[in-house]
Design a protein. Sequence first.
Length: 132
Amino acid sequence: MLTTLTTQEEVMFFDTDCGQVVHNLAYLRMIETCRTKLASALGMDLVSMSETKEFPVLVNTDINYIKPAKLGDTIEIHGKLTEVGRVKFWFEFEMREKTTNTLLITCRQCLALVKMPEGKPLRVPQYLRELL
């Protein structure tokens, strides 16, 4: 089973501020896309979650802005599952400008699996714990 995934995004005008530098929320959207696709590969796909009502919920995001991306850049987002506990699991991300491989962002996110609509935390499935 896949524990890493790379996605790619082209910086669009709506991703930037008036100086044509990527806005911090755009980076988070790109990370969210990578994490959602990686979670799907790990068995937490959107259709299954809507049926079981068990969703990974973001608990914490630590992000380091190292160098800005600019309008027209292509960004590669490298995501990986790095740690799995009983009720929480962690993903780490690196964002790099594709042509120069320049490191732009590092990010670590903590998630918990939650049963909705009750909001009840669940144990992380055994198969995820066995991946690492």
